[in-house]
Design a protein around this ligand. Structure first.
Ligand code: ADP
Length: 174
């Protein structure tokens, strides 16, 4: 099942919330800042340990940590591509963010996963194009996994509009 929600991803109760992180995994602005602020220092502590162990997180890859004080069990940090005109593999890298995040969720027994609109803030990915990639990747994964529900948590009206158009059934559920 897919659900569209307008709001703040830090308020969502589910197994895993996905963070649009940067490769340092040390926090930043936008949704990343909001997740670290609301979740508290435990998340950053685990991120630091991951970086010490394996180095930075590459674009399209994902890592998992505690969700600290958030109402979720885990935060999955994935690094979206910076938009650079569309001919630098941005589409495939964004798709990898969704696929790798869902695979990590499955490996950790998660049944419900909430995604922000990765790369559509400071990283400048066109929102219509990003929404199509996100919905296609998620639908594909839902068809062949144990994941029960994916929530697209849109923060801005333009993203809500793009997802609403794509998720055409009356309740926006599949
Ligand atoms: P990126 O660097 O991947 O573009 P941003 O955090 O700048 O990441 O933006 C990604 C998306 O997250 C944007 O569409 C922005 O509107 C949205 N966003 C910002 N804060 C929140 C939040 N608290 N909950 C959900 N989405 C958010």
């Amino acid at each position: 099942m897919i659900e569209l929600i307008k709001g703040d991803i830090t308020k969502i109760t589910c197994d895993a919330v996905v963070n649009a992180a940067n490769s340092s995994l040390l926090g930043g602005g936008g949704v990343d800042g909001a997740i670290h602020r609301a979740g508290g220092p435990e998340i950053l502590e685990e991120c630091r340990k991951i970086v010490a162990r394996q180095g930075s997180c590459k674009t399209g890859e994902a890592v998992i940590t505690t969700a600290g004080k958030l109402p979720a069990k885990y935060v999955i940090h994935t690094v979206g591509p910076v938009w650079n005109g569309g001919n630098s593999g941005e589409d495939e890298k964004l798709r990898s963010c969704y696929i790798n995040s869902l695979n990590l969720a499955i490996e950790n027994g998660c049944k419900t996963v909430a995604f922000p609109n990765i790369s559509t803030g400071v990283y400048g990915f066109p929102k219509d194009r990003a929404a199509k990639i996100a919905v296609a990747a998620v639908k594909e994964a839902l068809n062949k996994s144990e994941i029960k529900k994916v929530l697209f948590v849109c923060f801005d009206d333009e993203n809500v509009k793009q997802y609403r158009e794509l998720l055409t059934s009356p309740t926006w559920k599949f």
